[in-house]
Unconditional design. Structure first.
Length: 566
């Protein structure tokens, strides 16, 4: 196993020199190996193992790279945004993401399409050359390939399906329907579920990760296929029951434990993609989030450029006694980290950090203001900052080497709760599951407890347009707002709990699309929040096919609701 993990990490150094896809997105900076298409030996098990590592590396790039899946999925939600920072920059594509007015030139789509198909094609290359009797490695590559197709299905629906690199000259991959992609993913995952390992191997798939991927597909079946029945919930319930009864996972004692730099040994983690200080340093989240002075709160010297922050309306939904609020968001006055006797650091525990730029508080210290003027203009200290993922002190790593959790036990518990509520049975069990997850984040059992009525009631989110215009420094006098509220969201209480537990874990967009309002629209389209306004159309549920892809493959048709690029 040590050799396997070593080669996985080494494989992360292989860049795009193998020409596995025509839409490679400037990954040449990762080419530190001599492995390329002139010297790779596809009969050599070590070279094949390096290709397996590269497939996994591309899967990590998909999630954590600049313009990666993390930001494509988060900036369009009601929790997180990247406003134009006055005097700094940002804005641009991030504003389009927040306002839901992207088109086929949306840069995040192009990047993630490239990383996804790089991963798929490396998987295909390995599968084309692995012996059939190498059951475990073949199952792993099929797992990563199906998981990547699941992400593409979620983003784009109608995409090319490629399952081999052994194609004739002039081959052009054909676009297929979302239903065909869905069926492929379900079939692949079911085929490998009983042959893949049941052991937890850090960064590697196992039976329970396969069950979670299937559960996600089934949970969103009605969204993906345009159906309206309960079979998907029945099937999702069966998958998470396997995880809950056979997997041996336990909730981590502390919420923050799930977002440490190293998640190996965490009892809640079902599947994650590993980071590494030497071989895999690309989760530059702190660069988006913090001003440079803000890194002093964590004793980190990593580069930060002060971009993203929380949407104030979402912050207002938290209970004041919910520990997840402070565990997720850096708020108000910031203090230097304090070094402990063992060389570790206690964040935000020392003297206040001097910071005079856009000092709304007038104190001369870094003091994050919950309020933000607008997506079109925010000053330097506006907005609470995401510090859910560990910012590592004592060096310049920041968040770059953090492991990234994809599936954890709390997710399985919430899926079971949601399916039971949607199926209208064992509803108290659903409430008990949500309560169990909440217990670690509240001192009081009474506050942690959620009833069936709570979960089936409306959302507490004060939806509506909410910004300050004109944008003027420390002037909050002209508040432009509408009020839509959340009482009309079906299972709105459960929707809220999903938001608090899984904030900025690549969940929210999917949840907003799955949860409906009384008038039949989903929350993603039907609600206004911050500077994003409600619409009656639903083509925003998926992204347009990137322009570069359509120009490369002229057989591809653009997704409904978007203009083409031919």
């Amino acid at each position: 196993m040590k050799k396997l993990i070593k080669n996985i990490l080494l494989g992360m150094f292989v860049g795009c020199s193998l020409n596995v896809t025509t839409s490679c997105t400037d990954l040449t900076e990762t080419l530190y190996s001599d492995l390329n298409d002139t010297n790779i030996d596809l009969t050599n098990p070590d070279d094949i193992q390096l290709l397996e590592g590269q497939a996994i590396a591309q899967y990590r790039y998909l999630h954590t790279s600049w313009f990666g899946l993390f930001h494509q999925l988060e900036i369009c939600t009601d929790q997180y945004m990247v406003p134009l920072r006055i005097g700094i920059g940002w804005g641009d594509v991030y504003i389009n993401g927040h306002k839901h007015n992207w088109d086929y030139n949306f840069g995040l789509s192009e990047n993630n399409w490239g990383y996804a198909y790089n991963c798929i094609n490396y998987c295909n290359m390995v599968l084309d050359n692995l012996p059939e009797d190498n059951v475990e490695d073949r199952a792993q590559m099929r797992f990563f390939r199906a998981l990547t197709y699941y992400h593409l299905l979620d983003l784009f629906r109608n995409i090319p399906l490629q399952t081999t690199m052994n194609n004739p000259d002039g081959y052009v991959p054909e676009q297929v329907s979302g239903e065909e992609i869905y069926n492929f993913c379900v079939s692949e995952l079911n085929d490998i579920k009983d042959v893949i390992t049941t052991d937890y191997i850090h960064g590697w798939g196992n039976k329970y990760a396969v069950c979670m991927a299937l559960a996600k597909l089934y949970l969103n079946k009605n969204v993906y296929l345009g159906t309206n029945d309960n079979q998907g919930y029945e099937d999702a319930l069966a998958e998470v029951e396997t995880v809950l009864t056979e997997g041996g996972f336990e909730l981590a004692p502390n919420y923050k434990d799930n977002f440490r730099e190293n998640l190996e040994g965490n009892p809640e983690i079902i599947f994650c993609v590993p980071g590494d200080r030497t071989h895999a340093v690309n989760f530059n989240l702190m660069t988006y989030v913090m001003p440079q002075a803000g890194m002093d709160a964590y004793a980190s010297t990593a580069t930060a450029t002060n971009g993203s922050c929380a949407i104030p309306q979402f912050i207002d939904t938290y209970s004041a006694n919910d520990k997840r609020l402070a565990d997720t968001w850096a708020m108000d006055l910031q203090h230097y980290a304090v070094e402990n006797a063992d060389g570790t650091y206690t964040p935000n525990a020392g003297d206040p950090i001097p910071f005079t730029a856009d000092d709304w508080s007038g104190t001369g210290y870094l003091n994050y203001n919950k309020n933000v003027h607008s997506i079109d203009g925010a000053y330097q200290q506006e907005g609470y900052r995401l510090h859910k993922y560990e910012i590592v002190g004592g060096g310049n790593w920041g968040t770059t080497s953090d492991d990234l959790v994809i599936f954890r036990l709390a997710d399985a518990m919430f899926i079971k709760a949601e399916c039971l509520l949607r199926l209208g049975r064992d509803e108290q069990t659903a409430a008990d599951l949500v309560t169990e997850v909440r217990k670690r984040s509240f001192e009081s059992l009474a506050e942690a407890t959620r009833t069936v009525a709570d979960l089936k009631g409306g959302s507490v989110y004060a939806y509506g347009h909410s910004e300050y215009e004109p944008i003027a420094y420390n002037d909050w006098s002209n508040y432009i707002s509408t009020y839509e509220g959340g009482d009309d969201i079906e299972l709105g209480g459960l929707f809220d709990d999903l938001g608090w537990e899984f904030a900025c874990e690549e969940h929210r967009r999917q949840d907003m699309i799955r949860f409906k309002m009384a008038d039949g629209r989903n929350v993603f389209n039907g609600k206004s929040y911050f500077c994003k306004d409600a619409v009656t159309t639903d083509h925003w549920n998926i992204f347009p096919i990137p322009e570069s892809v359509m120009r490369t493959n002229t057989t591809i048709e653009q997704n409904p609701g978007y203009t083409g690029a031919k």
